[in-house]
Design a protein around this ligand. Structure first.
Ligand SMILES: Nc1nc2c(ncn2[C@@H]2O[C@H](COP(=O)(O)OP(=O)(O)OP(=O)(O)O)[C@@H](O)[C@H]2O)c(=O)[nH]1
Ligand SMILES: [Mg+2]
Length: 662
């Protein structure tokens, strides 16, 4: 019997076991926290600098939520029995001192399994395979808890957990037609053929998808691990190709030393990984099979190296992306605390590369977007703060002139401010007219990306498909959809250019007439939307060209793929709508903020002058108050400089191999 640590102990051991993966994920979590802290400081600054703009407040709140809920997605893909689950056990669950997730010879894992931590008590949730008959995509089904079977996991007992988790390998028997319609019949699978002829049924997975919520420290930091079954048990789940793999921050593809690269390994590599995953690593697993004691260490190393190079050639990949490991020995070494075996297993080098890969890709996406957006906001606040300082200095100058000079020059100063105010009112009129024009163009722009517009486009495509669920009609339909979407993006871009033109005129006007800093509106960029649509078109095209899917009897798969595609197109539209709304908010938002500020200071200057006119005592008082304000404003402006510096430092976050992560 193995002694079982309590969950608290397990958590502590895992946290202190400080693998390089653990260290780097912790560093990444700290980076997110420090970014949130900087944003909070900025919010506090905005708060004390004056009433906060509601839209900006909401946006900052959203950014913080994005950072808090950030996920690092790590997906494992390979033919059955290459050691995916064993590697997951070795990487994340060795603290249980046993093999927690079911891993055994032959087909073991039967459905894609997501492992994460959401703060709730540990559980496994399973989606019955029959849900494949409906058109709902996996993302839609995730929001319908009543369709899932949920079992709590007793984290106090590894044996009980192991027992509950064995649901992952459950199978059920169905007739041939059902197996075919669910995408689980494979003509060339000898075992399936044999069973059908002997028992008249086909064994298929009992569950379509599994979700394991488990409070592991790395999962709590936002890591999500996705285990998958081998090729034939995948059952053509469109969500994998359309969503999970392209969005994974690292995809691990496993090959094994004993099997080499078979036809089906190659099929998974080319269908799911090669051009699908943006960030991938390859593992050459089971190297311990070469440690038979008959060869010297040097000979074993040479054999491993040879196999790595051979694999690199077959997969058309840089050999540096291939890591030779023994998942089984890594798990054993961690359980037995055998440092020598652990080192020999190659898991350390893998953890290091994996951490760098995950964090690099994540930081590129999340860091760049958020840091740029916040930096732009702070830069605008800096402009406003500078305007305030400038106006404060002007006011001080005017009051001093008033204090020192004759009554007629006081009149002159007052006249100057009033004239400035009048000129300003005229410009505001132009601004309001321009603003209305921009509003009309914006409404039109957002309407083009609205759910109504999208639904009618998708409805039209569905009608065009009719009942012909063939790859030819699917391909045609997707091509039409992409063409329409690209056309739409171009129209939106043109609309965006008109808005920018209008906004630039207004920026020029206020720069010319009122000394605002020279500025131009940022152009609208629709590249992300176009790229998403084009990559969906590419995935559809590949799906349609795949000989397995060309057969007419695959119409169920085609229909399911089509519906999965709909969900992804919708996601692309929603993202584009959000991006466009954010752009519209800033395109004249910056100018609006500066105009309001200018108005406020003009009023303030006029009021101070009027009150001080002919009242030496009040002038004295106003002077003292303005001097005090000015000191405060200068201090506020300086605070922003240090905030921006802090933010820019976060942008430079790099996961160089950390010296402590050896
Ligand atoms: N010798 C050796 N055996 C291993 C190693 N890794 C995994 N295995 C064994 O290979 C078999 C398959 O491992 P799994 O982890 O179940 O493989 P999988 O890729 O998850 O397979 P499916 O779940 O069926 O898709 C199990 O018996 C493991 O113990 C290894 O590094 N060395
Ligand atoms: Mg498995």
């Amino acid at each position: 019997m193995t002694s079982q640590p309590s969950p608290e102990e397990a958590t502590q051991t895992a946290a202190t076991a400080a693998s390089s993966l653990g260290i780097k994920i912790n560093e990444y979590a700290q980076w997110r926290e420090s970014l949130i802290a900087t944003i909070n400081e900025y919010i506090a600054w905005l708060d004390q600098a004056g009433p906060m703009d509601a839209a900006q407040e909401l946006r900052l709140f959203d950014i913080k939520e994005t950072l808090k809920n950030d996920r690092l997605l790590l997906a494992f893909l390979a033919e059955f029995s290459r050691g995916k689950t064993e590697t997951i056990n070795a990487l994340f669950f060795a603290d249980f001192n046993q093999r927690l997730l079911p891993s055994a010879p032959g087909r073991t894992t039967m459905c894609p399994t997501e492992i994460f931590a959401n703060g709730e008590p540990a559980y496994i949730q399973l989606l019955p395979i029959e849900t494949k008959f409906s058109n709902a995509s996996l993302s839609e089904l995730k929001s319908q808890p009543e369709l899932w079977q949920k079992f709590l996991l007793d984290t106090q007992s590894a044996d009980a957990m192991k027992q509950t988790l064995s649901a992952l390998i459950e199978k059920t028997s169905v007739d041939l037609a059902t197996a075919k319609s669910l995408g689980f019949w494979h003509e060339d699978d000898a075992a399936m053929q044999k069973r059908l002829s002997e028992k008249g049924t086909v064994e298929i997975p009992m569950w379509r998808h599994a979700m394991i919520n488990y409070p592991h420290p790395l999962l709590q930091k936002g890591l999500v691990v996705i285990d998958t079954p081998g090729l034939n048990s995948m059952g053509a789940e469109p969500e994998l190709t359309l969503n999970i793999i392209p969005n994974a921050h690292a995809v691990l593809f496993l090959t094994a030393i004993d099997s080499g690269i078979t036809k089906s390994d190659m099929q998974i590599w080319s269908d799911y990984v090669k051009n699908r995953a943006s960030h991938k690593l390859v593992l050459l697993n089971k190297i311990d099979m070469l440690w038979d004691g008959l060869e010297s260490d040097a000979e074993v190393s040479a054999m491993v190296q040879q196999q790595i190079e051979h694999t690199a050639k077959q997969l058309d990949l840089d050999a540096k992306r291939i890591f030779a490991i023994s998942a089984q020995k890594a798990l054993l070494a961690k359980i037995k605390h055998d440092a020598k075996l652990l080192q020999r297993s190659g898991i350390d080098a893998l953890e290091d590369a994996l951490a760098n890969q995950l964090i690099k890709s994540k930081h590129e996406i999340l860091g760049r977007a958020i840091v740029t957006e916040c930096a732009n906001m702070i830069a605008l606040s800096q402009k406003v703060a500078d305007m305030r300082v400038k106006q404060g200095q002007l006011q001080l100058k005017e009051l001093r002139q008033m204090q020192n000079q004759q009554a007629d020059s006081t009149q002159e100063i007052l006249l100057q401010v009033t004239t400035e105010r009048k000129r300003y009112d005229a410009s505001v009129l132009t601004f309001n007219q321009g603003g209305e024009k921009i509003k009309r163009l914006s409404d039109k722009l957002l309407l083009q990306l609205s759910t109504g517009y999208l639904n009618s486009t998708l409805e039209q495509s569905k009608q065009d498909m009719g009942d012909s669920w063939t790859t030819i009609s699917l391909n045609r339909s997707m091509r039409t959809l992409t063409k329409q979407a690209i056309q739409l993006a171009q129209e939106i871009k043109q609309n965006g250019d008109l808005i920018k033109q209008e906004a630039d005129h207004l920026y020029q006007l206020f720069c010319r007439e009122h000394g605002f800093e020279k500025s131009v509106a940022m152009p609208l960029n629709m590249d992300t939307f176009i790229n998403s649509m084009q990559s969906l078109e590419k995935i559809t095209n590949d799906f349609c060209l795949d000989p397995i899917n060309v057969l007419t009897e695959k119409r169920f798969l085609i229909r399911r793929f089509y519906h999965g595609l709909g969900a992804q197109i919708q996601a692309a539209f929603e993202q584009a709508q959000l991006d466009c709304s954010l752009w519209l908010n800033v395109v004249i938002g910056e100018l609006k903020t500066q105009i309001n500020e200018h108005k406020k200071s003009l009023d303030q200057r006029a009021d101070a002058l009027m009150a001080s006119h002919n009242h030496a005592e009040i002038t004295e008082k106003n002077l003292a108050a303005t001097e005090k304000d000015l000191a405060k404003l200068s201090h506020q402006a300086q605070q922003l400089n240090s905030l921006l510096l802090k933010l820019m430092r976060s942008a430079k976050f790099h996961q160089e191999p950390s010296s402590s992560a050896s």
